[in-house]
Ligand binder design. Structure first.
Ligand SMILES: C=C1C[C@]23C[C@H]1CC[C@H]2[C@@]12CCC[C@@](C)(C(=O)O1)[C@H]2[C@@H]3C(=O)O
Ligand SMILES: O=C(O)CCC(=O)C(=O)O
Ligand SMILES: [Fe+2]
Length: 356
């Protein structure tokens, strides 16, 4: 049975019909400078994957400085990106009662609902999400009892193509640290993944709302497709919040917490958030890529020596997701072995409005 709407974890209002921002969704006032974005600086680099000579160097530099970059010439067809976007639109435009038939259970990962990190905030986000782990069949059947195949076919093709791209990107990102396939035995058979569809309806008071609160991804890397509406912002020390402009056909790559661990802290996992706007419905699709289940992730031995002790203890992906669900922005430091250097790894909390 779908959970009832009043369940704290499924507190999903029908955002498409609201004419005025409710207090429950009002995050900020116009005096809140922490929230302001700084679009006068350059955004994350755009890297052409066909640029064989320089792509790897540029990727390494982007991972160290931003923890994120955009890619073009990635071989994912525009047809597939368009089909994925249309599948997301079709899902989120279903009536709320129908979407709730595929509601995520309180302790589950897959299904329809508010962002998992919602429980850490006293305000609700202006978004809805749908998470797919493995086959979408069971949920698709609940959403479209007579016509679920179309959705499943697109998701399956998207997952297959994204898995290949994620593997390729992981080797490029590790390659620029001098790591080769011989150094990472567990990675040869591919990884595990989840697919997150995010929907941000047009918002009557966008300056006071929050689409998706600031977070880092608990992944090795994330491949994000955003529709033609901006909203994604990344945080860069010294620059503040910087918008990642949607470029037709480009994909955004984020360094996740597990790559931060593997790189022994050399690559920061990027803090990012999504803001909303007054007129346009924004959609994004995140392919969250992690290691095979059961594999313990720890700093790669090639990156560890006397002068560079391992900064993190070994964790599996599922263990880390559990830690994130419990500690949220303190998850990385909770698996840390050595104290962070002063002024590093201890950013002040940029998510105000915490619970409690
Ligand atoms: C494999 C993952 C990674 C998850 C949890 C699980 C499935 C859904 C992912 C997200 C997607 C939206 C942001 C986030 C912070 C959230 O709330 O759900 C992500 C979270 C994480 O990266 O920690
Ligand atoms: O919608 C976006 O641009 C961000 C989505 C995101 O960060 C996520 O799904 O993890
Ligand atoms: Fe994210």
């Amino acid at each position: 049975m779908p959970s009832i709407i009043s369940d704290i974890h499924q507190k999903q209002l029908d955002l498409y019909t609201i004419k005025e921002l409710p207090e429950s969704h009002a995050w900020r006032s116009s005096l809140d400078h922490d929230y302001q974005s700084n679009d006068s600086v350059e955004s994350i680099p755009v890297i052409d994957l066909n640029d064989e000579n320089f792509a790897i160097e540029k990727i390494g530099h982007a991972c160290k400085t931003w923890g994120a970059f955009q890619i073009i010439n990635h071989n994912i067809s525009q047809r597939l990106l368009d089909n994925m976007e249309a599948a997301g639109k079709r899902l989120f435009s279903l009536p709320m009662q129908q979407k709730l038939k595929a509601a995520r259970s309180a302790d589950g990962i897959a299904g329809y609902g508010v962002a998992r990190i919602s429980s850490f905030f006293s305000k609700l986000m202006w978004s809805e999400g749908f998470t797919i782990v493995g086959s979408p069949l069971d949920h698709a059947r609940q959403l479209w009892p007579h016509d679920y195949k179309k959705f499943c076919d697109v998701i399956e093709e998207y997952e297959k193509e994204m898995e290949k791209l994620a593997g390729r990107l992981m080797w490029l990102m590790l390659g620029s640290l001098g790591i080769s396939k011989d150094d990472v035995k567990w990675a040869v058979g591919g990884g595990c993944s989840a697919l997150q569809l995010n929907s941000y309806p047009a918002c009557p008071d966008p300056d006071r709302a929050m689409g998706l609160a600031a977070h880092t991804d608990s992944t090795i890397l994330t491949i994000l497709h955003q529709n033609n509406t901006s909203g994604l912002q990344v945080f860069k020390e010294g620059n503040g919040w910087v918008t990642v402009p949607p470029l037709p056909g480009a994909l955004v790559i984020n360094v996740g917490d597990l790559l931060h661990i593997l790189s022994n802290g050399l690559y920061p996992s990027v803090l990012h958030r999504a803001v909303v706007n007054r007129t346009r419905h924004r959609l994004s699709v995140a392919y969250l890529y992690g290691p095979p289940s059961g594999v313990k992730i720890s700093p790669l031995s090639k990156l560890v020596d006397q002068g560079h002790p391992p900064l993190y203890r070994p964790v599996t992906w599922s263990e880390y997701l559990g830690t994130k669900a419990k500690h949220f922005d303190k998850a990385l430091s909770s698996v840390r072995l050595c104290a962070p250097r002063i002024g590093f790894g201890n950013p002040k909390d940029r998510n105000s409005v915490p619970v409690g």
